[in-house]
Design a protein around this ligand. Structure first.
Ligand code: SF4
Ligand code: SF4
Length: 87
């Protein structure tokens, strides 16, 4: 994963794809696929477009997920848990 330096200024359009912001995360969303209703509200609400549609449930893209927790808060089935990030 590309390390992002403090004070990074990304001037090039599309630069966010190269700069994997998942390294900023202190909490990670974990989806319980057995409870997921595939309503995709978490996909819609994710401010970083880091929550993706999966075959059995939504699927966080940990390269870009910043761990804000919005998906967990908005999930009507309460099947997303925010857990402490591993080092
Ligand atoms: S924790 Fe935030 S950034 Fe990560 S998938 Fe959920 S809404 Fe998106
Ligand atoms: S909001 Fe919850 S139930 Fe809906 S797709 Fe996301 S994880 Fe599944």
């Amino acid at each position: 994963m590309t390390k992002i330096t403090l004070g990074l200024v990304a001037r090039t359009p599309g630069a966010s794809k190269r700069n994997r912001t998942g390294g900023w995360r202190t909490l990670r969303p974990v989806v319980d696929a057995s409870k997921c209703k595939k309503c995709w509200l978490c996909v819609v609400y994710c401010p970083d477009s880091a929550m993706k549609k999966g075959e059995k449930s939504s699927r966080p893209d940990y390269d870009y997920c910043k761990g804000c927790g919005i998906c967990a808060r908005e999930c009507p089935a309460k099947c997303i848990t925010m857990v402490e990030e591993e080092k």
